[in-house]
Ligand binder design. Sequence first.
Ligand code: NAP
Length: 283
Amino acid sequence: MNAGTGVVGLIGHPVGHSKSPEMMNRAFRACGLPFVYLAFDVSPSELGTAVRGMRALGFRGWNVTIPHKVAVLEHLDEVEETAREIGAVNTVVAQEGRLIGYNTDGEGYLRSLVDETGLELSEQRVLILGAGGAARAVAHALATTGVESITIANRTREKAERLAASLRKADARAVSLSELERVVGETTLLVQTTSVGMYPETEAIPIDPSFLHERMIVSDLIYRPRKTLLLREAEARGARIHGGLGMLLHQAALAFEHWMGKPAPVDVMREALEEAMKSAGGG
Ligand code: NAP
């Protein structure tokens, strides 16, 4: 590092669990880019001050995680269309003094899904479990791919209804949890976006496993553990499975591309992520 080193980073609260510093710093080294990536724990009351500080210090950009993904919008000069539709930003780019917000979660999810499963998206009848921030990103991304239909089920039904109504590019609807068994029967891609089953509650499962079947792909956004109870149950019933680590990798790779204007060294980043996950434990 020297006086010319550029800075990018992450703001969230907390940020201690993040694997982004390992992925990004390895990527900068591999590409010979004079940048450093740092994680900053910013409390909600300090968000505005932090953004002004990063702008003043000339950060190239930064990632945004919980709980700032929505609140950060009001501090930006411009928000790109996808992020506006989702209503949340996970990547900020500082360009000629202007702060522009993007959301790479949905596109990162699609890259991972297609990369790992080779799935033909246009043929899919999708069921999304959950209607929180991750569900919004994934649902909006899937809605642009020409999938046959998107059905959303969530503990708080009104949130599922609001999300379905916002998906103007797809045939989308919300259902109640009591309708799940019927809907799962015709589902070809089940996307699990709730936090149910996440470490340390690894024996929790968001759906009756007897509903799962071999004609579907079951995709779980959770990456800790790598193979959730839902994925284990799905696999035992002959379904193909897809875990959440690839989404984490590809949303980071897309953020790198926004900041650096060049393709990310995805293999190097994957290796750094795998190593960081191994040292974190938790399956
Ligand atoms: P969020 O906005 O807080 O949404 C949480 C969702 O989980 C809501 O739909 C919520 O339902 C549901 N939920 C929580 N506890 C539940 C329970 N006990 N029973 C039923 N439903 C429950 O969180 P998020 O940001 O969307 O994150 C959700 C998950 O996705 C997390 O596990 C996170 O780690 C994962 N994620 C992964 C990646 C990746 O890169 N792989 C990226 C983002 C998120 P209600 O609406 O009823 O509260």
